[in-house]
Design a protein around this ligand. Structure first.
Ligand code: ATP
Ligand code: LTN
Length: 328
């Protein structure tokens, strides 16, 4: 059995957070040593909600620089920008004919993001179909993501199976890879909601936050009644979230973290969490500063999209043939 290909995407929809890092990015870095990996800055996905054009362009470059700064090695992985490989949008269109309105309107992320909006675009509804196209174009068998993407992955699997049944064996059916710890880092100001880069800055620690901002945000993080530092996600969601963040940042288990802080007050605990997070971010921020705006970064992305386009073209061609497109 050949080793599964890996694909994952990150949206340039805001500042990358420690939720993105702990839930997804740090796994990318490990997987690059064992698998053929494709990592993509999914700008077309970000455009399913309104974006400022200048900011979107800058953030696309920023996210690519951060992925490299977290430890992705361009000699090992293919890193590219989604819109640089038009096959993503083309395969997405071909998949529309295989996707049902009901399954898209039932998606919890769609319902969450559509709620409280005066108007809802079809981009927001069709978002998971583009995600399926991203993954299936590369015949990826393994998709490292945070817990929030489970349902979208299920749709990608359904589309793969549906296509294979209708047109003959074509796609690898992808498996999600969701970590046991850290797959759902919660918001600092409301630990019942997921940490999200499209919420207010006080609710997350951004990968580029300076040390004093990290310390201030963690000092303000909502905690729970009582004084015990115990991992009890239901009764103590705030403290449990901070314990998870600490454990993953310091390279310890949650149990070890609990034992370490037994008897300590919340304020001292939060200081220790901040220190561990700052140490995790320090090398990432240093490498980011070298990469951002550099010719090196531009070359890496150019080479990445060239390699990705070659692989994507093979799949797209097969799909077009099977679906009855008259090839030019
Ligand atoms: P938004 O919050 O704007 O919806 P996002 O951060 O969820 O965006 P992406 O940038 O595309 O969306 O996410 C990149 C990866 O980070 C995905 O695999 C996603 O599942 C993961 N991720 C996002 N938020 C968290 C979180 N709070 N905890 C763990 N993983 C997360
Ligand atoms: N929907 C994902 C981002 C994403 C993705 C993908 C993840 C787009 N395409 C393909 C894995 C594989 C998100 O919002 N986190």
């Amino acid at each position: 059995m050949p080793m599964a290909r890996v694909f994952s995407g990150v949206q340039p929809s805001g500042d990358l957070t420690i939720g993105n890092y702990l839930g997804a990015l740090r796994h990318f870095v490990v997987l690059q040593h064992e698998h053929e990996c494709y990592f993509c800055v999914v700008d077309l996905h970000a455009l399913t909600l309104p974006q400022d054009p200048g900011e979107l362009r800058a953030r696309t470059e920023k996210v690519a620089a951060l992925l490299l700064a977290c430890g992705l090695d361009p000699a090992r992985v293919t890193l590219f920008v989604q819109s640089h490989v038009p096959a993503h949008a083309e395969l997405c269109w071909l998949f529309f004919g295989l996707t049902y309105l009901g399954e898209l309107s039932r998606m919890t992320q769609f319902k969450d993001k559509a709620r409280n909006r005066k108007t809802v675009t079809t981009g927001l509804l069709n978002y998971p179909v583009l995600m399926a196209a991203d993954i299936l174009l590369y015949q990826a068998g393994l998709v490292p993501v945070g817990d929030d993407q489970k349902q979208h992955l299920e749709l990608a699997r359904d589309i793969a199976v549906r296509f294979n049944n209708r047109f003959g064996e074509t796609f690898v059916v992808p498996e999600p890879m969701i970590a046991k710890v850290g797959a759902r880092i919660m918001s600092l100001d409301d630990p019942t909601r997921k940490m999200s880069k499209s919420e207010t800055p006080d609710s997350y620690v951004a990968l580029l936050d300076p040390p004093e901002v990290v310390a201030a945000k963690l000092a303000r993080a909502v905690t729970d009644s009582g004084r015990e530092i115990r991992y009890r996600p239901k009764e103590k969601p705030g403290i449990s979230n901070l314990l998870t963040i600490y454990a993953l940042s310091a390279g310890k288990t949650v149990r070890e973290a609990e034992a370490e802080f037994d008897g300590l007050g919340y304020a001292d605990f939060k200081k220790a969490v901040a220190e561990a997070v700052v140490e995790t971010l320090r090398p990432i921020q240093a490498r980011y500063r070298e990469l951002i705006g550099s010719a090196e970064l531009r070359d890496i992305l150019r080479e990445g999209s060239r390699r990705a386009a070659d692989v994507a073209a093979v799949t797209l061609r097969t799909v077009q043939e099977k679906m009855g497109i008259l090839l030019p």
